[in-house]
Design a protein around this ligand. Structure first.
Ligand code: FRU
Length: 462
């Protein structure tokens, strides 16, 4: 296995392929993360549920594989995505078995290590009569009244993505209620994967991951009479590499969301490396006073902070190098004012000669946040891109939280806009950090930088 570029404080399996987070739940204080996993290789296939546990959403302990396909069973061709619920004290997983796509249950005791598949699987054997669907998977289940509801990802041929709503009294027999929400083919793709549906403040939040767009979309709106009416729509992340997120309510009532970070390099490159796929940092979702969505990395991540440097207010002109804090595993918390500058921001993972580097900047004229990874690597195997997101500051300073973790860069701007990038610099010394301004002077208000510790032992990934 090639350990270069392997993140040190983001969750990953020991080796091989990972995609969607599944079955997120906190049980008797312990967070459980299940995930789509191919234990036999670093490319997608042979889908199992991997499993890890944590007390703080930061440090994880690997657990044995939770679910594997049962030969001859309804999940013989794959254990696809799904969720976890507390069924009157019994940990219960609800997932899609393949093939064809059907919905299945598995239960466990409190340890959540050994899972028993229901003898009644599949509990939903196929799509509702009369619907010509593009997909039928990824159940998300919640308590409602004295029963259960399920949102299922799907699409109607020729029409676009749809979330199908089901109800059940016992999690075993399910009745189709109708469409919870439907998109348009020309706007949000032909098939919606991994729906999530939960109350957030006074509103409801729907997440979907539309094929073929490879973006995680959110809708905020109202839920009445088994129908969701969307009033606001956006992307959870504008980097194009964050997909299939899952959100859950923890024991403290927080809405916490993790997403799958895709590789930004060729399949040949990640297969050669022996590992692919990373979980994002856990983000807390809240509503701002104006009812819009806020995303913040969970405060528990502060436990990874080590050496710290603070810079106070100063003008930023051209390029101001911050050599003291060069590194590939950092957290940066920056407040700046664009002032006269057309563009203000920073360059990270910069080689001394500038041949490699990633620009994170605010284009004040266009009111756009951008992360440009096209020059992150001299390797032809790295797929850099320019990611942009609209961000109107309305007179407020630009406030950036940036997490660097080897090949992962997660950027949070003003708690509102997120851009995640994957970078694979070729040079050992592509670790430089600099502030940048162009077209005029900008002003740094404050910058705090921390070196971040890894979450595993001395052996990487162990
Ligand atoms: C989303 C997805 C899901 C499916 C799983 C299979 O990335 O395609 O729809 O359940 O991955 O691994």
């Amino acid at each position: 296995m090639d350990l270069r570029h392997r993140p040190r404080y983001h969750f990953m399996p020991l080796a091989n392929w990972m995609n969607d987070p599944n079955g997120l739940i906190q049980w008797a204080g312990v967070y459980h993360l299940f995930y789509q996993h191919n234990p036999h290789g670093p490319a997608w296939g042979n889908m199992h549920w991997g499993h890890a546990t944590s007390r703080d959403l930061v440090h994880w302990t690997h657990q044995p594989i939770a679910l594997a396909p049962t030969p001859g069973g309804p999940d013989q061709d794959g254990v696809f995505s799904g969720c976890a619920v507390n069924h009157d004290g019994v940990p219960t997983l609800i997932y899609t078995g393949v093939r064809p796509e059907v919905q299945c249950l598995a239960t466990s005791d409190d340890q959540m290590i050994y899972w028993r598949k229901s003898p009644r699987n599949p509990v939903i054997a196929g799509p509702p009569d009369g619907l010509d669907v593009t997909g039928f998977r990824d159940p998300y289940v919640w308590r409602e009244g004295d029963g259960w509801r399920m949102a299922l990802g799907s699409g109607i041929v020729g029409q676009g993505g749809i979330v199908l709503l089901y109800r059940s009294a016992d999690l075993q027999s399910w009745e189709y209620v109708g469409p919870l929400c439907q998109g348009r083919l020309d706007e949000t793709g032909h098939n919606w994967e991994c729906p999530n549906f939960l109350p957030l403040g006074h509103r409801h939040l729907l997440l979907v991951s539309p094929q073929p767009l490879r973006q995680a979309h959110y809708f905020l709106g109202s839920y009445q009479g088994d129908r969701f009416t969307a009033q606001e729509h956006g992307l959870l992340d504008h980097g194009g590499l964050y997909y299939a997120p899952q959100a859950f309510v923890d024991e403290g009532g927080r809405r916490i969301c993790l997403g799958w970070l895709l590789e930004g390099r060729t399949q040949e490159a990640y297969v050669a490396a022996g590992w692919a796929g990373v979980q994002s940092l856990p983000r807390e979702l809240t509503l701002a006073a104006d009812g819009s969505l806020r995303q913040r990395p969970v405060p528990e991540l502060a436990s990874l902070r080590r050496e710290h440097i603070h810079w106070g207010a100063a003008p930023i002109q051209d390029l101001t190098r911050l050599d003291e804090m060069a590194g590939a595993c950092l957290e940066l918390d920056i407040e700046m004012e664009p002032g006269e500058a057309e563009k203000v921001g920073l360059t990270v993972r910069r080689s001394p000669d500038g041949a490699e580097g990633v620009e994170i900047a605010y284009d004040a004229q266009r009111q756009v946040l951008l992360v440009d990874s096209r020059t992150a690597s001299l390797s032809p195997e790295a797929e850099g891109r320019l990611a942009e997101a609209p961000l109107a500051l309305g007179g407020a300073p630009l406030s950036l939280r940036v997490f660097l973790d080897e090949s992962v860069i997660e950027v949070f701007a003003n708690d509102r806009v997120c851009i995640t990038a994957r970078v694979y610099p070729t040079r050992e010394d592509s670790t430089g950090l600099a502030l940048t301004a162009s077209g005029g002077a900008a002003r740094l208000l404050a910058l705090d930088a921390w070196r971040m510790s890894g979450i595993w032992g001395s052996r990487p990934g162990a």
